[in-house]
Design a protein around this ligand. Structure first.
Ligand SMILES: [Zn+2]
Length: 163
């Protein structure tokens, strides 16, 4: 993704109240981030660890959303809905995400399962196992990266549009 500045990030949140926006903490290591290796920026608020923050590029502009970790236990082995990694090395968390605008103020939320510490970008960059002789692992990897970008953008767009 294209590099973001503090100002761009802070101005990007579509489902945060004025108060939430003022209280959120930015990632500490923005300057050292390998932006070309991530498909979205995801982190946990240091002051409020159950608050997740995600900024993705949607239609050429950064759009940020707040995600709230819920306490609900997941019974079956969960799969992240964004990277869909089947060899997932990390925990997956259930997040509740408030829609933008009036819908969100009315309590309208969307639930989603996402890698607990937003590891999706590194998951899809691992070379997949060779599925059959002649299987193009690099093409499969590029496909997974493209799919991740598309799923995240679609999710964030839905939240932004309040649909
Ligand atoms: Zn994931």
């Amino acid at each position: 993704m294209r590099p973001l500045t503090d100002t761009l990030i802070l101005g990007s949140f579509v489902n945060a109240s004025q108060r939430e926006r003022q209280n959120l903490t930015l990632p500490a290591d923005l300057g050292e981030l390998a932006w070309d290796k991530i498909d979205y920026l995801g982190w946990h608020d240091r002051k409020t660890p159950n608050l997740g923050l995600v900024v993705a590029e949607v239609d050429g502009a950064p759009v940020g959303i707040l995600l709230r970790q819920t306490d609900s236990k997941i019974r079956s082995r969960p799969q992240c809905t964004w990277c869909e990694d089947i060899y997932i090395p990390n925990d997956v968390t259930f997040y509740s995400v408030k829609r933008s605008g009036q819908a969100g103020r009315n309590g309208n939320t969307v639930g989603t399962l996402v890698c607990a510490n937003f590891e999706c970008s590194s998951n899809v960059r691992k070379l997949p196992p060779v599925a059959y002789l002649g299987f193009d692992v690099e093409a499969a990897r590029l496909q997974r990266i493209a799919s991740l970008q598309e799923r995240v953008a679609n999710f964030v767009r839905d939240i932004r549009d309040g649909v």
